[in-house]
Write a protein of this length. Structure first.
Lengths: 297, 297
DNA sequence: AGAGTTGATACGCACGATGCATGATGTACG
DNA sequence: CGTACATCATGCATCGTGCGTATCAACTCT
C-alpha cells in the first residue's frame, strides 16, 4: 500500500490535536490557518479516516484520531531518536568495538585501555575475546574485528602501534636453587627443564624464547608445553620446570612461584595495537584517538 | 531541532540500502537516478551524517547508515501499522467497549451478547462492570460509558432497545408449604415475609414488586433487604422469607430453593440496551449492529 | 585504451504547498 | 433577536521544490 503520508503532516496533526484549534495551531507551526486546514484534510484523505469530528465548527478527536495521535507522537519521537542515534554512531559514541587480544595483554594493558575507553564512550558495546596473533591478523584483514592486541611481528596491510614494551622474566619454583637470587642470567638455566607455550598455537613466542636460549649458549630442554599462562605458572609451581614469561605476570600461587629479572640484555617484548586502514568504523577512530593521543607526545 | 526529514526520504533510503545501486533503486521506486541521488544527498544533509561511503563509485553503508537503516525500516513499519490501526478503530474493529449492566443481566443475556460480540470483534477490549440503573444513565449521558443494560424506566436523552422480556418468578425455600405446587399466585404469599432488593440502591425494582402485591390485594411484609441476587437467594434458602426474582435465576443452592411460575398476569420485566445518541464510538456502532440487526427482523 | 557502468551536477519545467481573500457556519452578548 | 466575533473551509494566484532530461566525471572490465 502506498501512503503519501509524510512526517510533516504528522507534526501538524499532533499540534492541531494538542490545540484543538486550527488557527492557534497554525501560529505555533508558523503557517496560516487555511494551509493547516488543508494539511489535515490531506492526512484524513490519505488514511481514509476522519481524525477530527467537526461538531459545530469545533474540533474534537474521533476514536480513530485518538489512536492515531498516540502513534503519531511515538513515531515522531522515534524518528528523532533514529536521527540522534545515527549521529552518535557517526561520532563513534554508539556502536560496537570488536577487540581481540593475546593472553599476556590481559594483565595490565587491557584493563587500563578499556577503562579509559569505557569512561569516554559508555554506550559502546565491547566485543572482547582472546585470540592468537595469526588469527587476529586474518580477522583484521577480513574486517571481522576492529582492533587486535598482540606481540611481535610486522603485519602487512595493517597499521600497528606499540603501546607497551615489557621485559621477559624467569618464572621459578620457590624451592628452586636460584630463587633467592635477585637477578639471574639465562645461562644459569641451561640445565633446567623448560615449560613453554605450545608451539602449535603461536610459533613466534616459542621460537623467540628458544632463540634467546641458544644465543645464551644452550639448547633448552622443553619438558612440557601449555596453551595458556595460568597453566604454565601452575606447572612451574608444581616443580615441572622453569619458564620465561612477559611481565607483568599473573599473581597466581605467589607462595610457590617467584619471578626474577634477567641480567641478559634481551630486546623488550613489544605489545602492539593493530587495525586495518580500510576500516572506517567511527568507534575504531575513537579508540585510536585514545591510543595514539597520549603516545604521540 | 527541526528536521526536514520525511518518510519519502526514508522509503527511498531503505530501497537504496537494499540495492546498493542508485539506478536500480530508482527503477524500483519509479524515479530517475538523479532524483534519487539528490534525495539521498538531502537526507544525509539533514542528518549531518554520511549514510553511504562512496568508495570507488560504489555504495556501501557506513556504520551510521547501518544504524539508521534498522531504525528507518522499523519507522516505516510502524507508520503503516499506525495507519492500519486508525482504520481499524474507525471501523470499530479495534478499541474499547465500556459496558455496564444490572445483576439480573449476568445470568443469560450478557453472556449471549458478549459471546457474539467477541466472535465478531476479537480485538475490542471489553470494559465490564455491574452498575445500578440510575448510575448507568448518568454515566451514559456524561459519556463515561458506551452501553448500559438495565430494566424498566424510560431514559430521557438516551436511545434504548428492549432485548429481553423475562417473567417474574417466586423464590421459595424447599421446605415452604407451596414448594410442591407447580404454579402459585401472588395472593398465596400474602402472609409470607419477603426478602427484596434494597430500596435505596434501586427504588424501581422494590416499588414495582410492592405494587404487584398491592394489586394482588395485600401489603407485603419486607423482613429483609439485600443488595444482590446471590444474597437474596441465600436468605430465602435460609428460610428468612420468600422473594420475587427475574428469570433466569441464579443456580445457587438448588437443594434449598425452588422457583415457581406466577399465575398472575404480570407484565414481563423488560431488559433494555441503552446508549447515548451523541456517542460516535465506532465500537458502539458495531455493538448496536449486533443488537439491532437480529431484532429488526 | 575504449566501451560500459554508475553516481553527481546543471537546467528548465511543472506540480503542489503556501498565503491572501473570502465564504459558510456557529457562538456570544448586548 | 440581531449583530459582532470566532472558526473552519474554499478559491485563486504565487512561489518553491522536487522531478526529468541531458551531461559530466570517475571507475570497471575486457
Amino acid at each position: 500500500m502506498m501512503y503519501a503520508m509524510e512526517l510533516r503532516l504528522l507534526r501538524s496533526f499532533v499540534v492541531v490535536a494538542d490545540e484543538l484549534n486550527v488557527g492557534r495551531a497554525a501560529t505555533r507551526l508558523h503557517l496560516t490557518q487555511p494551509s493547516l486546514s488543508r494539511q489535515i484534510a490531506a492526512l484524513e484523505h490519505d488514511l481514509g479516516v476522519e481524525l477530527f469530528a467537526r461538531v459545530k465548527k469545533r474540533f474534537v478527536l474521533t476514536a480513530a484520531g485518538e489512536s492515531f495521535l498516540v502513534d503519531a507522537r511515538q513515531l515522531l519521537e522515534r524518528a528523532d531518536e533514529a536521527v540522534r542515534d545515527a549521529q552518535r554512531v557517526h561520532r563513534g559514541e554508539l556502536g560496537t568495538l570488536r577487540l581481540r587480544f593475546v593472553q599476556s595483554a590481559t594483565f595490565e594493558v587491557l584493563p587500563r585501555l578499556l577503562g579509559a575507553f569505557r569512561a569516554a564512550n559508555p554506550d559502546v558495546v565491547l566485543d572482547l575475546e582472546t585470540m592468537t596473533t595469526i588469527r587476529q591478523t586474518e580477522a583484521l584483514r577480513e574486517g571481522r574485528i576492529d582492533v587486535g592486541l598482540f606481540r611481535l611481528g610486522v603485519a602487512r596491510g595493517l597499521e600497528t602501534r606499540v603501546i607497551s614494551r615489557d621485559p621477559l622474566v624467569a618464572a621459578l619454583p620457590t624451592v628452586h636453587r636460584l630463587a633467592r637470587r635477585k637477578r639471574i642470567s639465562l645461562a644459569d638455566l641451561a640445565e633446567d627443564p623448560f615449560v613453554l607455550y605450545t608451539r602449535a598455537t603461536g610459533p613466534t613466542v616459542f621460537d623467540t624464547i628458544v632463540g634467546h636460549c641458544r644465543a645464551a649458549g644452550f639448547e633448552p630442554e622443553v619438558t612440557q608445553e601449555a596453551a595458556d599462562v595460568q597453566t604454565i605458572v601452575s606447572l612451574v609451581a608444581a616443580g615441572l620446570g622453569v619458564s620465561l614469561l612477559v611481565a607483568p605476570t599473573p599473581r597466581i600461587d605467589p607462595e610457590a612461584v617467584v619471578y626474577r629479572e634477567l641480567s641478559d640484555d634481551l630486546p623488550p617484548w613489544e605489545l602492539s595495537v593493530a587495525w586495518s586502514p580500510e576500516n572506517r568504523s567511527p568507534v575504531l577512530a575513537r579508540f585510536l584517538d585514545l591510543v595514539r593521543g597520549p603516545e604521540t607526545r
